[in-house]
Write a protein that binds this ligand. Structure first.
Ligand code: ADP
Ligand code: ASP
Ligand code: MG
Length: 925
């Protein structure tokens, strides 16, 4: 055959990077003779990512550890290796060695590590394993672009080496690299001609990524001054293939080989290849995708190391995949079992089999972030160590969630075979025959629960989507007779499913976990297709449609992990008050979260023209910049949808900081939808009576809150004081007060010989008035406050029922400009000067007040005279003062006094309401 001669060419002297080249030559030869025997039948080797799950039916974590153990002991004892605590194992994932800078960084960490002895397992540079699989895929598909792709692999390693090494180190590495690439080129050519690659061929090819990165890293470590040997783990690790597309380490043989290797290469620092190993026949093989974690754990057990540290690109194991759930939190500690369950169900931060070798020896695994050395990482160890933790927040019974996509459910349905002995074993026997992985078996199917009389489901289980065709065909053939006879109605396949698993050792002993989980799913409108509780009781798994999976994950995660008082906020009107509120929130957020477990997330800010939306919460330290950079056209409906509808934060509040009646007209609808409303905007409560009553009725009937303390007296506790009096059964007789900071200032300073117009001008200059002082002097604002308090006290009044004494002289009402008004105002000073004189003559002062006369059921806004000793006469600045005369406080009214205007205090009042809401929602006091 044409390719046979090229394959047997002597140019296949493959390089062994760690020891004598002849050893690898041997395995290379074996590959040739082994791999080129065409497989008579059966599927081609698949190169797509395979699920790393185990066959649940056969899996027994503890049993396999126990048997491996005895063998391991024997091997290690005999060898008299310097085993034990002196050894630390480190494993660096692909991203840790993604480029020359990162490789140098890893070398620095190794050099700095103070362990007596260390073994460093290294993955291929990031993406390289994918590139290698792609080479094979291309070659066997007879796509000759594999040649260019191989050049890219060469180039990547060459340029990295040039960056890192020099002199002999560099030329040695490059010689080996070129030799390997030449060999690979020839092998890929053979695959190209054959149109097929055996598994051993492809394992041999893909393993080069690890060989190169290990060689590079060890050279850099040596260059940094630390003696270091490089281990090609194909010389040491021996593994046997299993039926479920996994490999089982042969600890005894591996131990023996390690002894031998060590006797020839003993060194206190060893850099070893991850991922690759040999079969007992010395054929190169791999530990399957992501297998370097497993390599590190096997090494940990062989050396009886103190610890295995797995370095990666995240701070540790999160409560859910951080790419899918931005709220995910780092888990400080996990038990071996929990870590296994998390990784089995898809948390690819750890290869599931990593746990097995280290567990028996109680060797802890620590997952750490190479890009964030200050993060302590996640410790995976025995549960005893977990319980001794004190001072930690009470843990959620669910530790974490994980998901597996691309699954299909197989539903074996029929009434005629229920209870027939051997049915289940026949079903799973057929599945096993096609080599499929059963990821989960459901104890009960939900449709069965609902339609028990109509359909009887014999068995429901999930398999990888790519295996389902073969499974369905095998079942159909196995049960042909039963199907034809109607004893089985059908083998139904539900494609596009995902598994969502909740994992936690404490779940088994905590009541209500499943109820909470299903409740969260129901609230998020997720249809659950099947459920299962793991045999270990450490997991609950549900099968959902693929498209619902992330939503389901976020819904359950937020239910267990967000504090109950996480509140999604939307702020309307980021002007003076709204802007100040956002700044106050920014300054206080961390303390609220830490001390009171209140997590306030601003999911949207909208003005009249632009709005800023976020999925996880706006960074309030830069909200103004973000608004400029990322602001989009304001749209109130979309804004509300984003704040309320797009996430799984349990509570939503809209904070209306405008003075707009259009915005206020939405409160009813928002409250009806379960959105809490907090506002300093007076428009809703002083608007048409009918709408006000409707709003209040809804508020009373629902458990949704509407707070508006800052509508009267800014941050002063006026509404809450009034409500407190009413709710405790006091009878309000009269409320009288100076409700306008502006008018308070003006009359406090309208003394001696000063002219009224002069004081108004001064107030304007000091920023105490509205841009047009007539808005203050007209008294409408005070009238709105009067109506709010009147209604709160039970009076059914409209704004038009309140007589208002306006201080704007009639002829100046229509002055075209503020300037003109201020210019004309002195002409009318006379009138007020006279009134002041009369008052002074009888030892009194003038004050502009609002009055709610509950007895007479009316309200007024007027200029009244008060004795100089009266509390209203004692004010300074722009203070408000409000006196409540009630049945309990009849002789001496209850008085609230203080600054009642200004952005800081008004925003503070709104903030108070938000916190009141949080405490109503369960925040600690
Ligand atoms: P490495 O190349 O270092 O082995 P991997 O990509 O295999 O890294 O694993 C780390 C990745 O695992 C993280 O970047 C993260 O996106 C993903 N991941 C999935 N689930 C989790 C989880 N629960 N906690 C942490 N990381 C997770
Ligand atoms: N390089 C191999 C892979 O990408 C092994 C590993 O990184 O764990 O699958
Ligand atoms: Mg990994």
């Amino acid at each position: 055959m044409a390719f046979a001669s090229s394959i047997s060419s002597p140019s296949y002297s493959l390089t062994n990077l760690s020891s004598k080249p002849s050893k690898v030559l041997t395995s290379a030869r074996k590959i040739h003779s082994f791999a080129l025997v065409p497989r008579p039948s059966g599927p081609r080797v698949g190169y797509a990512l395979q699920l790393q799950g185990m066959d649940l039916l056969n899996f027994n974590l503890f049993a396999s550890v126990a048997s491996a153990d005895a063998l391991l002991d024997e091997a290690v004892e005999k060898a008299q290796l310097p085993k034990g605590d002196g050894w630390s194992i480190h494993k660096f994932g692909g991203t840790c060695v993604g480029n020359s800078e990162r490789i140098q960084n890893v070398a620095n960490i190794i050099v700095k590590d103070e362990s007596e002895r260390k073994l460093v397992v290294v993955s291929a540079m990031s993406k390289v394993t994918d590139m290698m699989y792609d080479l094979i895929h291309k070659a066997q598909s007879r796509d000759d672009s594999y040649v260019i792709a191989l050049d890219a692999v060469l180039e990547k390693h060459k340029s990295t080496a040039v960056d890192l090494l020099e002199g002999d180190d560099l030329s040695n590495f490059l010689d080996r690299l070129h030799q390997d690439i030449n060999n690979l080129k020839a092998m890929l050519r053979a695959i190209y001609i054959a149109g097929h690659a055996t598994e051993s061929f492809s394992d041999f090819v893909v393993g080069h990524g690890e060989l190169w990165s290990a060689e590079l890293l060890s050279a850099v470590v040596r260059k940094s001054g630390l003696e270091c040997n490089c281990m090609d783990t194909r010389d040491v690790l021996v593994v046997n293939p299993t039926s479920s597309n996994q490999v089982d380490p042969d600890y005894l043989e591996s131990g023996r080989r390690l002894v031998k290797w060590y006797s020839q290469n003993s060194c206190d620092t060893i850099v070893a290849t991850g991922f690759i190993a040999s079969t007992p026949q010395d054929i190169p093989t791999t530990l399957k995708r992501d297998g370097s974690d497993f390599s590190a754990a096997i090494m940990g057990a062989l050396f009886r190391a103190r610890q295995v540290t797995i370095w990666t690109d995240v701070d540790g194991v999160y409560s859910a995949d951080p790419r899918k759930v931005s709220e995910a939190v780092i888990l400080k500690k996990l038990s071996y079992q929990e870590a296994w369950e998390m990784s089995y169900f898809g948390a690819n931060v750890l290869h599931p089999r990593t746990i097995i070798p280290v567990m028996k020896y109680d060797i802890p695994i620590v997952i750490r972030n190479i890009f964030n050395l200050s993060a302590p990482g996640t410790m995976i160890c025995r549960p005893a160590g977990l319980e001794s933790e004190d001072g930690e927040r009470v843990e959620s019974p669910v530790k974490g969630f994980a998901t597996i996509d691309n699954l299909a459910l197989v539903n074996v349905e029929g009434t005629g075979m229920a209870g027939v002995p051997g049915t289940a074993s026949a079903i799973f026997g057929a599945v096993k025959d096609v080599g499929a992985n059963v990821i989960m078996i459901s104890q009960r199917n939900l449709t069965d629960l609902l339609c028990r009389l109509v359909v009887s489901t014999l068995c429901v289980f999930a398999v990888p989507e790519m295996e389902v065709k073969a499974v369905a065909a095998a079942l159909e053939s196995r049960f042909r007779q039963a199907l034809d006879a109607g004893r089985l109605s059908q083998i139904a396949v539900i494609p596009n499913c995902s598994i969502l698993a909740a994992v936690g050792q404490k779940m088994a002993s905590t009541p209500g976990v499943s109820a909470t989980l299903f409740n969260a799913l129901a609230k998020a409108n997720i249809n659950v297709r099947a459920i299962a509780q793991g045999c270990s009781e450490y997991n609950i798994t549900v099968v959902v449609k693929r498209e619902d999976c992330i939503r389901a994950l976020r819904a359950v995660h937020s239910r267990f992990y967000l504090s109950r008082t996480t509140i999604a906020m939307g702020v309307i009107g980021p002007g003076l008050i709204g802007g100040t509120l956002l700044d106050q929130l920014r300054d206080q957020a961390a303390i609220l979260k830490e001390k009171f477990n209140i997590d306030l997330r601003v999911m949207g800010i909208t003005g009249a023209r632009t709005m800023l939306l976020s999925d996880a919460g706006i960074d309030l330290s830069i909200w103004r910049d973000l608004q400029k950079e990322k602001g989009e056209k304001a749209d109130l409906q979309r804004f509300v949808q984003n704040v309320h509808g797009n996430h799984f934060i349990p509570n939503t509040v809209i904070v209306d900081c405008t003075a707009d009646s259009y915005v206020a007209s939405h409160y009813h609808d928002w409250l009806r939808r379960g959105i809490h409303v907090v506002t300093p905007n007076k428009k809703a409560n002083s608007g048409p009576l009918e709408q006000y009553l409707k709003l209040r009725t809804l508020q009373r009937q629902s458990y949704t809150h509407y707070f508006y303390e800052a509508t009267v007296g800014a941050g002063l506790p006026i509404i809450s004081t009034l409500q407190g009096l009413l709710e405790t059964g006091d009878k309000i007789l009269r409320i009288e007060g100076i409700f306008s900071g502006t008018l308070s200032y003006i009359f406090n300073n309208f003394v001696e010989a000063r002219a009224f117009s002069e004081v108004v001008k001064e107030a304007k200059q000091a920023g105490y008035t509205e841009p047009d002082p007539r808005d203050d002097l007209s008294g409408t604002d005070v009238a709105r406050k009067v109506i709010i308090l009147a209604r709160e006290s039970g009076l059914k009044l409209e704004l038009s029922d309140i007589p208002v004494k306006s201080l704007v002289p009639e002829p100046l009402k229509d002055s075209s400009s503020v300037e003109e008004f201020l210019q004309q105002l002195p002409r009318y000073d006379q009138d007020l000067a006279k009134q002041r004189q009369v008052a002074e003559a009888s030892g009194e002062v003038l004050r502009y007040v609002g009055v709610v006369d509950v007895v007479k059921q009316k309200g007024t806004v007027e200029l009244r005279r008060y004795k100089k000793e009266h509390p209203f006469a004692q004010l300074s600045g722009s203070d408000n003062i409000i006196a409540f005369s009630t049945q309990r406080y009849e002789k001496q009214p209850l008085i609230v006094r203080g600054p009642g205007a200004g952005a800081e205090v008004t925003a503070g009042g709104v903030f108070c309401d938000i916190l009141r809401l949080a405490s109503y929602l369960g925040a600690p006091s």
